[in-house]
Design a protein around this ligand. Structure first.
Ligand SMILES: NC(=O)c1ccc[n+]([C@@H]2O[C@H](COP(=O)([O-])OP(=O)(O)OC[C@H]3O[C@@H](n4cnc5c(N)ncnc54)[C@H](OP(=O)(O)O)[C@@H]3O)[C@@H](O)[C@H]2O)c1
Length: 346
């Protein structure tokens, strides 16, 4: 370890990546299910959780067997507890990180990410806050060792928005507006359809799409984290999550949502980040009525989308037609395939 990545991956590579998975909750398990059912260029060398144990073996595991253990007696305590020693033992090509987000510090995920890249190991993450808080630092560390990090699953699950935007050579994003949090969409739609917020939340939790702490979804923190991430990655910003002006779902009453639905509009948590003419980047998230002439109007259920404008006149909208935990797992697999294909850092 401590050596730069020596074996370049590229367009002709048929390589499989030795993969260490951190976190096997809703998303980590969906990732394991996908490996078991659909396959991917992945050789699993370990899975680590907080309370369901850890299992690490450089000889590798079959995804279905580990999934079975996690869902029954747990993984046991096999392998070292120290993260650097885990890397030394399993010698992964990539760490796939799916642990809960900590919007204040990004930890402990941010520390794992730094160590991963410092050791020349690629990183795929679904965790927003560490990218918001550490993007430049992670880029710097990655460039020192030749490792890459990718994070498609952080925003709109499996819709590969970062890969897509990286194709707009030289264009600078000036505005993004979108519906970015699935749980709040399910909750507000539940009210719109005559049911209750608590039933909507229960449905989102059953689908595995709610954050462990649902306040992060309903009070707009998760959407704010995504906006700050897009500002920092696409606009060269240095926003913190608290820099995003934020009103949560509670700031709109049920009656207003239903009256608005009768008039043909859908309430959603809508986020916007804009680079102003003075160069300052402003971001906000709040419940807003989406009218029929809005490109985001067709969104249903947990599906999200975003409209992007650039300084070169691009203006387009990307909409999810499928969303949810399996789609987020597809985002992780997309990133692994992008590493194998040698796609550039986004
Ligand atoms: N769920 C989604 O639809 C979705 C979509 C896109 C992105 N994400 C992001 O993906 C991440 C995971 O989400 P999730 O819904 O899967 O969360 P989750 O269900 O709460 O699972 C989190 C997993 O991380 C483990 N964990 C916690 N602290 C750990 C640590 N220090 N070291 C190793 N493992 C640790 C937990 O272990 P125990 O199970 O033993 O407690 C659990 O297995 C979050 O950052 C979330 O924002 C989620």
């Amino acid at each position: 370890m401590n050596q730069p990545v020596t074996e370049p991956l590229g367009p002709t590579s048929s390589k499989r990546l030795r993969t260490l998975l951190l976190g096997a909750g809703s998303l980590g398990r969906a990732f394991l299910r996908r490996l078991r059912d659909q396959g991917a260029p992945v050789d699993l060398v370990g899975v680590v959780t907080a309370h369901h144990g850890r299992r690490l073996d450089p000889a590798g595991f079959e995804a279905g067997a580990l999934l079975g253990l996690i869902e029954t007696e747990g993984l046991g305590e096999h392998g070292p507890n120290d993260f650097k020693k885990m890397l030394e033992l399993t010698k992964p090509d990539v760490v796939v990180e799916c642990i809960p987000q900590n919007i204040r510090s990004g930890e402990p995920a941010l520390g794992y990410m730094r160590t991963t890249l410092d050791q020349g190991v690629h990183l795929v993450t679904a965790n927003k806050a560490p990218i918001v808080l550490g993007y430049r630092d992670l880029l710097h560390r990655a460039s020192r060792t030749g490792a890459k990090f990718r994070f498609e699953a952080t925003v709109l699950d499996g819709l590969p928005i970062f890969t897509f935007l990286s194709q707009l050579q030289g264009a600078k994003v000036t505005r993004v507006r979108g519906v970015l949090n699935a749980t709040s969409s399910v909750v507000l739609e539940s009210v719109q359809l005559g049911s209750t917020r608590s039933r909507g939340l229960a449905r989102a939790q059953a689908q595995g799409i709610a954050e462990a702490d649902s306040v992060l979804d309903l009070d707009g923190w998760d959407a704010a984290a995504k906006l700050a991430l897009l500002a920092n990655v696409w606009m060269g910003g240095a926003l913190r999550i608290v820099d995003v002006a934020r009103s949560g779902c509670d700031s709109v009453k049920d009656e207003k949502i239903r009256l608005s639905a009768e008039a043909g509009a859908h309430y959603r948590l809508v986020g916007e980040v804009v680079r102003q003419n003075d160069g300052i980047i402003r971001a906000q998230v709040e419940p807003a009525a989406i009218e029929p002439n809005d490109p985001l109007y067709s969104l249903k259920g947990s599906c999200g989308g975003l409209t992007v404008e650039t300084d070169q006149g691009h203006q387009f909208t990307l909409l999810q037609q499928v969303a949810g935990i399996d789609d987020a797992a597809a985002g992780l697999v997309h990133d692994i395939k992008a590493l194998v294909a040698g796609l550039p850092q986004v």
